[in-house]
Design a protein around this ligand. Structure first.
Ligand code: NAD
Length: 357
């Protein structure tokens, strides 16, 4: 397959294919852009059906991290890593040691954080062999940035409701959440506390039962959750939930969720505009986690963390207003804004991290 001409490649600075026969590790580390700082991004573990699928995923995700950090006003670049494997079966001390070695070989150009299929425990395991992992500090959630991600999505939902419906109160607002994992559960908790009516689904029945009994969410079958008659749909499972078929059947007026790469293809942004559905770009509104990781890495006072995450609401409003003016997909507008910020901020940097030893 070709990589350089793949649309997802999009100017990546470096892509590392890492294999370790002894531990069975097969991984890809993608460094998209280090103009603003080290490429910080999650290390995902997933049983990809093919190598091509893994390459496409890591390239799209790392590019998204560049834009995410720029829009969140962080001095970080964009990167991501994926391990091809089953998180339920393929983890071992040897695997983390090997992965940490490859991360370390990049000398800090890439810094790994938690992602789907990896946990704070896994990051700690890698931290024995490299300093270039983040997101396991002794914070109130043991370093897990998911509650911060949920807060960012919650703030975004409020901003989108204010923008679209002039609503400032969540009382009685109906929200459907797809996926009640680390982020989805915390989001459901915040929405319920604010008086919203929450419908939710999870393919993991235990997660659904817990949310039903502890939070009082209304359970919905996984195959129906995207199509509920709600004000807001929050995809918080895996990417690709929004595609030609699903978009034609959505009934929500607003889509605002944590999952990365919610649009299966770029043209899905136009499909959402055509249907009059307000899409809140995933890489803008799920930045709470990377903001949290940055605060952990830099030892910044966590008192400022909440305010920083809440600024996602203002950034989203700016994007939605621009998109309204030109009747274009919000994702395109957010990418343009990120490029503006990257251009402006990288000019002020004295030592861009371009070369590797
Ligand atoms: P998670 O793995 O803890 O939770 C995902 C949940 O979705 C699981 O409970 C899973 O059973 C469920 N699920 C999977 N497929 C489903 C389907 N078809 N229908 C319903 N439920 C389904 O992951 P997470 O940490 O909560 O992250 C959720 C999403 O947000 C992921 O796409 C992740 O990449 C993204 N994200 C997470 C963070 C973070 O801080 N954790 C930050 C940015 C983006």
């Amino acid at each position: 397959m070709s990589v350089f001409s793949d649309p997802s490649f999009d100017g990546h600075e470096q892509v590392v294919f890492a294999a370790d026969l002894a531990s069975g590790l097969r991984a890809i580390i993608a460094v998209h852009d280090t103009r603003l700082g080290a490429a910080v991004g999650g290390c995902r573990m997933y049983p990809y059906a093919s190598e091509a699928e893994a390459i496409d995923d890591v390239l799209r995700l790392s590019r998204g991290m560049t834009y995410k950090s720029a829009l969140a006003g962080l001095p970080l670049g964009g990167g991501k890593s994926v391990i091809i494997g089953d998180p339920g079966q393929d983890k071992s001390a040897a695997l983390w040691r090997a992965m940490a070695g490859f991360i370390d070989s990049l000398g800090g150009r890439y810094v790994a954080a938690e992602d789907s299929g990896t946990s704070v425990t896994d990051l700690r395991a890698m931290s024995q062999y490299t300093e270039h992992v983040s997101g396991f500090a002794a914070t109130e959630h043991g370093g897990d940035p998911s509650p911060s991600t949920a807060l960012g999505v919650y703030v975004a939902i409020r901003a989108a409701l204010a923008h679209r419906l002039g609503v400032s109160d969540l009382e009685g607002v109906r929200v459907a959440i797809q996926g009640l994992g680390h982020v989805g559960f915390a989001l459901a908790q915040m929405l319920k506390s604010a008086g919203a009516e929450v419908l939710a689904s999870d393919i993991n029945f235990a997660n659904l039962l817990r949310a039903e009994s502890e939070l009082g969410v209304t359970p919905v079958a996984p195959e129906n959750i995207l199509y509920e008659d709600v004000d807001v749909l929050a995809p918080c499972a895996l990417g690709g939930a929004l595609n030609a078929d699903s978009i034609s059947r959505l009934r929500a007026g607003i889509v605002a969720g944590a999952a990365n790469n919610q649009l299966r293809e770029t043209s899905d942004g136009c499909r959402l505009v055509d249907r009059g559905i307000l899409y809140c770009p995933d890489f803008l509104i799920n930045a709470g986690g990377i903001i949290d990781v940055h605060y952990q890495r830099s030892g910044l006072d966590r008192a400022g963390l909440r305010e920083h995450i809440e600024s996602i609401g203002d950034r989203l409003t700016e994007v939605l207003q621009r998109a309204d003016r030109c009747h274009r997909p919000t994702g395109e507008i957010a990418e343009e804004l990120a490029e503006e910020l990257l251009g402006a901020q990288s000019k002020t940097l004295k030592q861009p991290l371009r070369s590797v030893a």
